[in-house]
Design a protein. Structure first.
Length: 190
């Protein structure tokens, strides 16, 4: 299996060259069905467009064709982190303070291996989360094995898509096509 830290060091300059922040690099699946997942975002919008994903995918593909850091066959998946995004950087925990998250720990703290609650923020290298049906807990960033935001109404309300341009036109075109099909079907009945 390829070294994720090495892959991240290779991919990050490619993302930066396009003006993106790298969110996560993850290699998963079996040897016969490997997927290299690359998540990135624009710092100003925290999202990527389809064109952004394609541009980063081309850069990573070209680099990996040249350097060949993964010896097995793999599928490259480039995406935006999405609304229920993974929290991979210390700054994510402060940026998303006030939102609900689930944190999986490297080892139990107070008998808990998983913390679910509202992120309170970061102080130094320590994260505070108000754990549901418990109390606020503070843990070190180094104790986080995995973390992600949870899909809530508050998160949806605070996260807007980059653009909804064309959404109404597309819906209108679909309605017109449906009306034309209905009319053609009715004419066939006469």
């Amino acid at each position: 299996m390829a070294d994720i830290a090495q892959l991240t060091r290779m991919i990050e300059p490619e993302a930066k060259a396009l003006g993106f922040d790298l969110v996560r690099v993850k290699l998963f699946g079996s040897r016969d069905d490997l997927t290299l997942q690359v998540m990135a975002e624009r710092p100003d919008t925290r999202q990527l467009t389809i064109d952004d994903c394609a541009a980063l995918s081309r850069r990573v593909s070209d680099l990996f064709d040249e350097k060949d850091p993964i010896t097995d066959a793999y599928r490259l998946e480039v995406s935006s982190p999405g609304i229920d995004r993974p929290l991979t950087r210390l700054s994510d925990f402060s940026d998303w303070a006030g939102h609900e998250a689930r944190i999986y720990l490297t080892a139990p703290v107070d008998g808990r291996k998983q913390l679910t609650g509202i992120l309170q923020g970061v102080e130094g290298e320590r994260i505070t989360i108000d754990v549901k049906k418990h109390e606020p807990m503070t843990i070190g960033f180094d104790q986080v094995a995995d973390a992600k935001l949870l899909l809530t109404d508050a998160l949806i309300a605070s996260t807007r898509p980059l653009s909804v341009e064309g959404a109404d036109e597309e819906e209108f075109e679909d309605e017109e096509a449906s009306e034309d099909a209905d009319q053609n079907q009715n004419e066939g009945l006469d």
